[in-house]
Design a protein around this ligand. Structure first.
Ligand SMILES: NC(=O)c1ccc[n+]([C@@H]2O[C@H](COP(=O)([O-])OP(=O)(O)OC[C@H]3O[C@@H](n4cnc5c(N)ncnc54)[C@H](OP(=O)(O)O)[C@@H]3O)[C@@H](O)[C@H]2O)c1
Length: 288
């Protein structure tokens, strides 16, 4: 199976390239921002030439607060970009995989969201990703919308200048204060687990549609931070704060944990978030 990966040197993209690349039944076509810009339809001709069986679109504008200031930039990549990719996928008969987010939900449900729940984004980023989902669904017949959440991976998010885990570790090393919100709950997810699960998922050729793909369970960002230092065995003072103390530009859902309900029906399970975090800290060489 020939798989083109858009955003190939991003946080998720680089793990996808590695995981799919190790399996000889897949031929990987890694496409970076230099090879193709999803906002510029002419640059997508490379897909028409290479004719992959599957396109995995990880390209995104991921700066949640900046998206409030520059909605046109977020929509250009996350929505119009998704439309451009969907049109090409349809033209060449490829399966189109759009990576989406837990931020399509408003966070008021109070328990993990399943694929059956109705999205209602409360910030520009989430709204632009939902628009990307709709374009994917309505312009490419053979599509998967894969919702992931709170990603961390070896490469760090290129669009965010790193990931949360590395950020708190670096701050702790410098002895800087750590004030972390304890009123926002989510499903922290290791990109390596998404890459492994997505490979198994595509091999099963499930029914087209929306799927949640996150590590099992959920926690607040405060609990997540405490768990990082527990696993590392470091004594670090972490102060719980409320999200309104941060005065960020974008509102975030208070509870955006996801449940992989449809993956379970396929027999696919993802590791618990603590287990995944431990593997990541090993992968980065923080622990043995
Ligand atoms: N990070 C999270 O916590 C999180 C949570 C939920 C969902 N997601 C979703 O997961 C996906 C992957 O996120 P990530 O953390 O891996 O982000 P990332 O590291 O920033 O990766 C995004 C990749 O897309 C590329 N890209 C950006 N604009 C592009 C464009 N116009 N055309 C082509 N490529 C472009 C970037 O390249 P350059 O850096 O060179 O521009 C980068 O390689 C995204 O769809 C995101 O919305 C992420």
């Amino acid at each position: 199976m020939k798989v083109a990966i858009i955003g190939a040197n991003g946080q998720l993209g680089s793990d996808l390239v590695e995981v799919f690349g190790k399996d000889p039944s897949f031929e990987v076509i890694p496409l970076t921002h230099k090879d193709l810009d999803v906002t510029v339809p002419e640059t997508l001709k490379v897909l028409k030439e290479l004719k992959p069986d599957v396109i995995i679109n990880t390209a995104a504008y991921v700066r949640v607060d900046d998206a409030e200031l520059y909605p046109e930039k977020a929509f250009a990549v996350n929505a119009i970009g998704a439309l451009n990719v969907a049109r090409v996928a349809e033209e060449i008969g490829a399966v189109n995989v759009y990576i989406s987010t837990d931020y399509v939900f408003d966070g008021t449900k109070g328990e993990p969201y399943t694929e059956e729940d109705v999205p209602n984004p409360i910030n520009v980023y989430g709204t632009s990703k939902l628009a990307g989902e709709i374009f994917t669904r309505n312009y490419s017949t053979r599509h998967y919308i894969i919702r992931v959440a709170s990603l961390y991976g070896k490469a760090g998010a290129s669009g965010k200048g790193g990931n949360f885990v590395n950020w708190v570790i670096e701050r702790a090393k410098r002895g800087e204060e750590l004030r972390i919100v304890d009123d926002q709950f989510m499903s922290p997810t290791h990109t390596l687990d998404v890459a492994r699960t997505l490979k198994k998922f595509l091999e099963l050729r499930p029914e087209f549609g929306v799927y949640h793909m996150v590590n099992k369970g959920y926690c607040s960002w405060y609990e997540f931070t405490k768990a990082i230092f527990e696993i590392l065995g470091w004594e670090v003072d972490v102060k719980p704060i409320k999200s309104n103390e941060l005065k960020r530009l974008a509102r975030r859902p208070g509870f955006s944990a996801l449940e992989n309900k449809k993956l379970h029906t396929l027999g696919l399970r993802m590791p618990d978030w603590r287990e995944a975090l431990e593997e990541y800290l090993q992968e980065k060489g923080y622990i043995e």
